[in-house]
Design a protein. Structure first.
Length: 108
């Protein structure tokens, strides 16, 4: 099987719609929103599933729904303004600032 290819016949519209409805009932906006919590691949996050994959995820969601289990989304890392600035700064500037503060800096 080639990379990113589904392992069986594609799921039909009704099966995809059923999966989408269950995801919405679980509190997700769409397939991409549920990617981390459900373990979807990039292809699946785009709404492309094989019949077996869709049935497996539907069973998982229905089981969670009947048991009252909550499938939680993976929290997205929130960066402060300082962290964003640090990540966008040039390496030379960061090294110079650390040296100014008394740190010893060397290249990896």
């Amino acid at each position: 099987m080639a990379f990113g290819q589904q392992s069986g016949p594609p799921a039909g519209h009704r099966l995809i719609q059923s999966l989408s409805d269950l995801l919405e009932a679980a509190g997700f906006a769409d397939f991409r929103d549920a990617r981390g919590a459900m373990g979807f691949t990039q292809r699946q996050a785009g709404g492309k599933f094989s019949v077996g994959e869709a049935e497996e995820f539907i069973a998982q969601l229905e089981t969670a729904q009947h048991e009252g289990t909550v499938i939680e989304a993976t929290p997205v890392e929130q960066l402060s303004a300082d962290e964003v600035a640090m990540r966008s700064a040039k390496t030379e500037h960061l090294a110079a600032e650390l040296q100014r503060r008394g740190w010893v800096v060397m290249e990896p």
